[in-house]
Design a protein around this ligand. Structure first.
Ligand SMILES: NC(=O)c1ccc[n+]([C@@H]2O[C@H](COP(=O)([O-])OP(=O)(O)OC[C@H]3O[C@@H](n4cnc5c(N)ncnc54)[C@H](OP(=O)(O)O)[C@@H]3O)[C@@H](O)[C@H]2O)c1
Length: 309
């Protein structure tokens, strides 16, 4: 079965030896790669657990969490369009996730008196830190970053992470530049640590079609695409790619197709490139670590993804 609906939850363990313990919710959810990422890891860790997909209608996320916990689910991933509703359905939200404005990982905690509390995390931001280290062998915090599509969910998570990592420059670019005004204000307020000397006061915003983007790109060393431009193989690049230079690291959060037009052009400009598979991998590994309290078998998870992509 590709996925279950809420009405089918009482049957999730029918004709299965191992109980369903982890799940992803979304709508639609049948396409989610999370089972292929997590099941091999659960098997490698000898967990007596299955990872399933559950389709949930908008407006039913809190009910879904309650019902899923009642049938034995102990950890949940949240995908589109529920990341915001899931945040509202948590008893506690991790501060980073709060600024990212979305949660993608739910952890259940049961108190001694049997009360169940849900905590929401967003592993996209921290997963991005790991992805950049793995792909380019460099710390995100040491980079001057420009995010294309910063007004979307993934862009916001990555922008938040850049502030938390104290990047020395952060330029937010979006087609609809008005979306960036409140986000910039929120990011500037993020944390109150004296140790954060990064871009909080120096976050810049720019429209994707502003000619000044050329200069902004030249001043950056990491370009991240979080627009959905490139998801179709015939899509153009979201920017003029002749502006990309050999000193650039170009990370496209899209992983299917594996090489978007942006990545192909960036490569021919002499830049180093990487696609979003590493983000998918590491955000998933972090979810597993929250649920199980132990290191995730990252190579096993990578193998699971490679098999299907
Ligand atoms: N690798 C991973 O694990 C991972 C995880 C999450 C997301 N992603 C990828 O990140 C991308 C965004 O996902 P999301 O969840 O953040 O979606 P989203 O919230 O809907 O945001 C979409 C973003 O794309 C921009 N956009 C859409 N069409 C555009 C166009 N024709 N020209 C310029 N900009 C355009 C939007 O700009 P406006 O604000 O102007 O509409 C917005 O910034 C997707 O490609 C997704 O595959 C990858």
């Amino acid at each position: 079965m590709d996925y279950f609906t809420l009405d089918q939850l009482d049957r999730i363990n029918e004709s299965h030896e191992r109980p369903a313990r982890f799940a992803v919710i979304g709508n639609p959810v049948a396409h989610s790669l999370s089972p292929q990422l997590h099941q091999p890891a659960l098997d490698a860790l000898e967990q007596n657990a299955r990872y399933i997909r559950v389709e949930v209608e908008p407006g039913q996320v809190k009910e879904a969490f309650e019902k899923m916990h009642a049938v034995g689910i102990r950890g949940i991933n949240v995908t589109v369009p529920h990341k915001l509703e899931a945040m509202a359905a948590c008893h506690r939200v991790d501060p980073g996730a709060l600024t990212m404005g979305a949660v993608n990982t739910i952890v259940f905690e049961e108190s001694d008196d049997g009360e169940v509390k849900r905590t929401g995390f967003n592993t996209d931001g921290p997963g991005f830190t790991r992805a950049i280290r793995e792909e380019f062998d460099i710390d995100l915090g040491s980079l001057r970053v420009l995010i294309l599509g910063a007004g979307g969910g993934a862009g916001r998570a990555i922008a938040t992470q850049c502030v938390l990592e104290n990047c020395s420059q952060l330029i937010l670019a979006n087609r609809t530049v008005s979306k960036l005004t409140s986000m910039r204000a929120e990011l500037s307020q993020l944390g109150n640590h004296e140790s954060l000397e990064g871009p909080r006061d120096r976050i810049e915003t720019i429209a994707l079609d502003d000619p000044a983007l050329e200069e902004a790109l030249a001043a950056s060393n990491l370009i991240v695409n979080t627009t959905s431009v490139g998801l179709k193989s015939i899509d153009p690049a979201p920017i003029t790619t002749t502006w990309i230079q050999p000193h650039h690291l170009v990370y496209d959060t899209i992983y299917n197709p594996a090489k978007t037009r942006l990545l192909r052009d960036a490569e021919s400009q002499g830049a180093r490139i990487a696609n979003g598979l590493s983000l998918l991998l590491h955000q998933g590994a972090l979810s597993l670590e929250y649920w199980l309290g132990q290191d995730a078998p990252v190579e096993v998870m990578r193998g699971g993804l490679k098999e299907i992509l």
